[in-house]
Design a protein around this ligand. Structure first.
Ligand code: NAI
Length: 740
């Protein structure tokens, strides 16, 4: 069955997200609500959303809007009708009765419910209607969250469910996991339990909220919002509703009940309007006093706010074993939380799914965990786990595993998909090298480099792995949230703070050398980015021979924001790309001026559609909705280019001083208009120096090495300045740019 037209009913958070994502897949969609004004407002929200729900904002009007009274006829044409109205069974039942009266025979009807069992949702449907009814549980924000849980009922036409699954995988790019009809399905059942355990144990063990978030975060492979930060993000009041529904649906004996008890502080926060980020704040709040914004955290004992303290566990990578082995309160807390999550998740197999691997993948896709509970168990090692755990109670999975003495129980990953993903390949590829910042895998006759640092920030080690991996065709790819957020600024600042500028220069030179090596090595290099691909991350991409990009990419050269210029070949490559344009043939200053504007403003693009006009991505680059398909696409690029010959080196003709003067004039205007301040002038002038070619003239030819040298010299001059250092330190502590 083909899905050519979709109607989404309910235009709130989820309905609008689903409609936007169908629009991303170029599927005609109509969004209905009680009144057309409501769905129209939803469309406006989609248009303004940040991060953007739409890949291409100009397609906003492809989402048609209407109301359920006058426009219900649209349902007659739809191949799939998604219900995303409020979580009220009476309202949902009414809607189904209306839909099934109007839908065309065989059209699929699904609910986006997060908590109502399918047997309850479908209790008023006929057997024939049930054939085409299921739950499609998307996660918020729909464009960015990979997980889609599909729940069947006993009457389903399985071929149809399967074709829906394939559609959602191929066209919408989702990791679609079919699961049983149990409360919270997979992701929320484990994810919300994990949050509750992390919170209740933190209170019991008297950890501060910052400490708990530091542990239940990066070292555990969990996003840095941790638990209290995530509560604030989701909404503290919404979490209370979610817990109520779990408590109602789950038996008294379920361990969830023990961690879902009312917490007086939470009731107090909600009563006082502290419902999280959407309210006055929550566990954290921004206090605006004396024109200063201060991040504050609540003290769990005194229930008073004070300035939030940064907790440094000195663990920058995911390290479950290192964490639970720590001989301090963080070690104790993490073991307590991790062991409980593993015990709970395993106690639910096969009840919620007979494939434990699906639980892990749901946690990766729906909660952005770097590994799920069973992978954590695998990492700790069953023997070690059982020795520490002691007695196993009412847990068939763990009892069997313990009896089997099997240390390698895990088996294959990503069983939910037929795609040959990176996750699958990694389990049988050979890890041929690794250091603190990256791994090299060998698979068949090619190499894979996976960065492994926080936000995949790049340092000397990352470059070392890249360089060492060019003895075969190379794919640069990873499974974490970011391809690479750029050069590791703390690493760079450590040298600066010691006055060791020689080491900074050595690193940048090595960065340049590696990127050049990627570009001209004998074998093809493919970058397959998803998420942040900024600064140095973009410079790796742009000097790869081929690109297979996920549609959820944020790409750009943002160095000027921290008072630097791109120095890993970013200026050079952007100049080259723009100098190939028609306009550049007529005007040699066209390309440098264009690049001056793009890099000067630190422009970023949040999709390939936005990236192409800036030439951050090119039309020949592959653009892919399903992240799982990045790896097979990259592989195909290698296989299709068996006779690969690297390009010859680029040459540049730049105008030198007259062009630089033009750029300085532009800067002066911005300075006089107060758009930039003193250091903005300095940074802009250095950028102008690089992009105009330095001491050159239009009749001279510059080599790539000469441009690398210009980039390096400007970079070094800037990093020595106090104001660039202030910018970097500000960004490192606040995550925001400093204008100085
Ligand atoms: P919401 O409250 O943001 O939006 C619900 C929309 O339904 C509103 O625009 C409302 O006007 C409309 N509505 C109410 N009665 C209607 C009717 N009879 N006909 C047409 N429209 C009607 O709710 P949200 O958050 O979008 O949730 C929708 C569904 O998705 C719920 O079942 C919820 O459990 C589920 N869900 C929510 C998630 C979330 O993060 N918010 C995540 C996953 C699932």
């Amino acid at each position: 069955m083909e899905i050519k037209k979709v109607v989404v009913i309910g235009s709130g958070t989820m309905g609008s997200g689903i409609a936007a994502h169908l629009c991303n897949a170029d599927v005609p969609v109509t969004l209905l609500d009680l009144k057309t004004e409501i769905s129209e407002k939803a469309r406006e929200r989609i248009h303004k959303s940040r991060p953007p729900l739409l890949i291409d904002k100009s397609k906003i009007n492809n989402i048609k809007v209407g109301n359920i009274n006058e426009d219900f006829d649209t349902v007659k044409d739809a191949d799939w009708i998604v219900e995303a109205v409020v979580e009220r069974i009476d309202i949902k039942h009414d809607i189904y009765s209306k839909i099934f009266k109007n839908r065309k025979e065989g059209a699929i009807v699904s609910s986006n419910t997060s908590s109502i069992p399918i047997k309850v949702l479908s209790e008023k449907l006929t057997d024939n209607e049930k054939k085409d009814f299921c739950i499609t549980h998307f996660f918020n924000p729909v464009r960015y969250m990979g997980l889609l849980e599909i729940v069947k009922n006993e009457n389903n036409d399985l071929d149809k469910i399967n074709s829906l699954k394939i559609f959602c995988e191929k066209e919408l790019g989702k990791g679609a996991i079919v699961c049983n009809d149990t409360p919270g399905f997979l992701g929320n059942r484990i994810g919300v339990y994990a949050m509750q355990v992390a919170m209740t144990e933190a209170i019991k063990m008297k950890l501060s909220i910052e400490e708990a978030d530091a542990v239940f975060g990066r070292p555990m492979g969990i996003p840095k919002t941790g638990v209290f930060g995530l509560y604030d993000l989701i909404g503290i009041d919404l979490m209370v509703d979610v817990l109520k529904s779990f408590k109602k649906e789950l038996p008294e004996t379920d361990d969830f009940q023990n961690v879902a008890k009312e917490i007086p502080l939470i009731t107090k926060l909600i009563n006082e309007g502290y419902t999280g980020r959407k309210g006055k704040g929550g566990f954290y709040r921004i206090n605006k006093s004396n024109n200063d914004k201060v991040l504050e955290a609540i003290n769990l004992d005194t229930e008073k706010y004070s300035s939030s303290k940064k907790i440094d566990l000195k663990m920058d990578t995911v390290d479950i074993v290192g964490l639970i082995n720590r001989d301090d309160k963080y070690g104790k807390y993490s073991w307590s939380v991790i062991s409980k999550i593993i015990t709970y998740a395993s106690s639910l197999v096969p009840g919620i799914t007979d494939k434990f691997n699906d639980i892990d993948e749901a946690m990766r896709l729906g909660f952005n965990w770097a590994m799920g509970p069973f992978e954590m168990l695998n990492e700790i090692g069953p023997k070690n786990f059982f020795e520490r755990l002691g007695q196993i109670k009412n847990n068939k999975f763990l009892e069997n595993l313990s009896k089997s003495n099997e240390e390698n129980f895990y088996g294959k990953r990503q069983l939910y998909t037929d795609i040959e993903t990176l996750g699958k390949i990694k389990s049988y590829a050979m890890k041929i090298d690794k250091n603190k910042s990256a791994n090299i895998y060998r698979f068949k006759d090619y190499n894979i480099v996976e960065f492994t640092t926080k936000a995949n920030a790049l340092d000397y080690n990352s470059m070392d792995c890249l360089k060492n991996a060019t003895d075969k065709p190379l794919i640069i790819i990873n499974e974490s949230m970011q391809f690479s957020a750029g050069v590791n600024l703390s690493y760079t600042m450590d040298f600066v703070n010691k006055g060791d500028l020689k080491s900074v220069e050595k690193f940048i030179k090595y960065f340049q050398e590696t990127c050049k090596h990627l570009k001209y090595s004998k074998f093809p290099v493919v970058s397959a980015p998803s998420g942040l691909t900024l600064g140095g991350g973009f410079e790796v991409l742009v000097q790869s021979n081929f690109v297979a990009s996920h549609t959820n990419i944020v790409v750009g050269l943002v160095e000027t924001m921290v008072g630097l210029v791109p120095a890993g070949g970013g200026c050079k490559e952007m100049l080259w790309r723009w100098s190939q344009s028609e306009e550049s043939k007529k005007d040699p200053d066209f390309a440098p001026l264009k690049v001056f504007e793009i890099i000067g403003y630190g422009k970023t693009a949040s999709s390939p559609i936005e990236a192409e006009p800036l030439k951050y991505l090119m039309p020949s680059d592959k653009k892919i909705m399903n992240r799982n398909s990045l790896f097979p696409t990259a592989l195909k690029l290698i296989n299709d280019n068996k006779n690969f010959i690297p390009d010859t080196e680029c040459k540049f003709k730049l105008s030198g001083k007259p062009l630089k003067d033009k750029m300085i004039k532009l800067l002066e205007k911005l300075y006089n208009d107060n758009v930039i301040l003193d250091h903005g002038m300095t940074v802009g002038s250095e950028l102008a120096n690089v992009l105009s070619g330095g001491d050159t003239s239009i009749d001279k030819t510059l080599s790539e090495d000469e441009l690398y040298k210009l980039e390096l010299d400007s970079f070094m001059r800037l990093i020595e300045t106090k104001k660039t250092q202030d910018r970097i330190n500000h960004t490192l502590t606040t995550g925001k740019p400093l204008i100085n």
